[in-house]
Ligand binder design. Sequence first.
Ligand code: GA4
Length: 319
Amino acid sequence: MVVLSKPAPLHDHYASIKTCKPRISVFKGIPSINLRDPKAKTLIIQACQEFGFFKLLNHGVPMETIARLEAEALSFFNLPRSVKDKAGPPNPFGYGTKGIGPNGDVGWIEYLLINTDQNPAISRSAVKDYVMEVKAVAYEVAELMAEGLGIERRDVWSKMLREEESDWCLRLNHYPISQDLQALSGRKMIGFGEHTDPQIISLLKSNNTSGLQICLKDGTWVSVPPDHTSFVTVGDALQVMTNGRLKSVRHRVMTNSLKPRISMIYFGGPPLSETIRPLPSLMAKGEESLYNEFTWREYKASAYKSRLGDYRLGLFEKA
Ligand code: GA4
């Protein structure tokens, strides 16, 4: 009897990697892509296939808009704990400290999760201006991704992000200097544990402080050199919609005892009712979906039942 082997899966994802290992040598390979480069769409696809992550230059978000929100975030985090607590708990939006998500994850972090102009904690106009600018960049990057993959409708993903009901959120993180024993003894502590972002795309901006690490395809952690520009992260929903061609990247943040880290991340998700499945136009002849289809609402509900480091897409993979 001839046993026909299944075609090799297009994705060599992280399911089999239980824990990424630290890399000994310094890694200098994180791609830097200039949004205005005529080759940007090709470079973005290469970066998202290999890393699910890249540095974005020339994104055009005004420095003042970034600086203003960062200053707002810092002055909020400098308030007394009793005042900050009034903006919490994060269920799921609001101020949180140490605890991440509803299932027992902890990190050396305090944060604000925001998704409307109605947040009670910091200047609404600073949030509004920043989100407007960063969303415009996300739409552009999403369109370049579609073009780079040869999809006829270049707005296929930007449309989901643009919808009035699109499910976005903004995360302002503060990783204080860790002064406890572990830090004093020179060991780094987990600021934000390893995870992939569930959404389509995330845009991260930090205050030029080290700490962010990404997991490479070979299962090793590498540090992202500190930078004041922005980084783009592929989320799980985009991995599914490209049937594994683009990777959602596993990443984490380690704190250091020298400089506090501030990061501001926009997570762009589709409307809750959107069905998440591979785009038919992307599928090669005979190619099958690696995932059972689901709505974004279902994926989110399942994500909030998981632990941070869980391989969330596993529940939706076809056997
Ligand atoms: C990871 C990406 C975003 O920061 C986030 C996180 C969310 C939270 O902090 O409430 C989650 C986490 C994130 C994934 C699994 C669930 C939900 C914590 C958690 C354990 C805001 C998001 O959308 O998903």
